[in-house]
Design a protein around this ligand. Structure first.
Ligand code: SF4
Length: 260
């Protein structure tokens, strides 16, 4: 399957920040009524992500939780407050960075996302990467780290170790961190998270890594993070062509929602 937003690959330096922001808003408007996987049936809101549309630093967590699903924004609640506090300790605010998840709709009961759900949603994340053009991505927690690195190494072994990785269309400085929720009630995890956070400015100062050569000839090859069939208890995948009727409210301007 060709990624949906393959046409965004290669836009790179040709687009201004303002043009990329407008394109990001267009992807947002499409994403907020998405019905491409079964999670659209149980979500309250699509959690597209929020923050600076031209951010150097991006955070990627696993999937929306109950509060995020209700508010349509990522990392609200206690984990979000801790993330904001940690950002403040390195001189940044939430509006300086962009925060998103690997999946934009909440899995029922906060279960782990299924592979076919992640695969259906990955083109939105790739589009965000291509349009925001971050230098650095901090994965938050085990799930996002394993998924974006494409390897099973757990967060306890890999946290705080920056490396250059190509995620979809873009090479970034990938920096795995413990999930703020895991640090809320475990002082030793909080200490490690704080220490890792303090290294973020130094990694940002290294600047963006070299980017892969874009191809204008054809869409990029299928590039899935995922391998293997869905688990046996997974519900069937959504049809390729979504039905026209959706139950979301009509699109609103993203400014009103405090996005970007
Ligand atoms: S999780 Fe992603 S692919 Fe699935 S319905 Fe939500 S936005 Fe669409």
């Amino acid at each position: 399957m060709v990624p949906r937003f393959w046409w965004l690959v290669s836009i790179g330096p040709m687009k201004t920040a303002s043009e990329r922001r407008e394109l990001l808003k267009a992807v947002y408007q499409e994403g907020r009524v998405c019905v491409e996987c079964p999670l659209h049936e149980t979500r309250t809101n699509v959690v597209f992500g929020s923050g600076n549309a031209d951010a150097e630093l991006m955070f990627i967590g696993e999937a929306p939780g109950a509060n995020e699903d209700l508010q349509g924004l990522p990392f609200v609640g206690q984990a979000g407050k801790l993330l904001e506090k940690l950002l403040g300790e390195i001189g940044l605010e939430r509006g300086d960075v962009f925060i998103a998840n690997t999946l934009m709709c909440r899995p029922p009961g906060n279960r782990d996302p299924y592979p076919h759900e992640l695969e259906a949603c990955q083109h939105y994340l790739f589009a965000k990467l291509e349009l925001i053009q971050p230098t650095m991505i901090c994965t938050l927690g085990n799930f996002a780290t394993k998924l974006l690195r494409g390897e099973p190494t757990g967060i306890s072994r890999i946290h705080g170790q920056a490396e250059v990785r190509t995620i979809g269309p873009r090479a970034v400085r990938l920096y795995p961190l413990y999930h703020p929720a895991a640090a809320l009630y475990t002082p030793s995890t909080l200490e490690m998270l704080q220490a890792d956070f303090l290294r973020i400015p130094e990694i940002l100062r290294m600047g963006p890594p070299d980017q892969p050569e874009p191809s204008l000839e054809a869409p990029p090859p299928e590039d899935s993070w995922l391998e293997g069939p869905p688990p046996e208890d997974a519900p069937p995948a959504a049809p390729q062509e979504p039905p026209p009727a959706v139950r979301d409210p009509p699109p609103a301007d993203s400014e009103q929602l405090g996005l970007f």
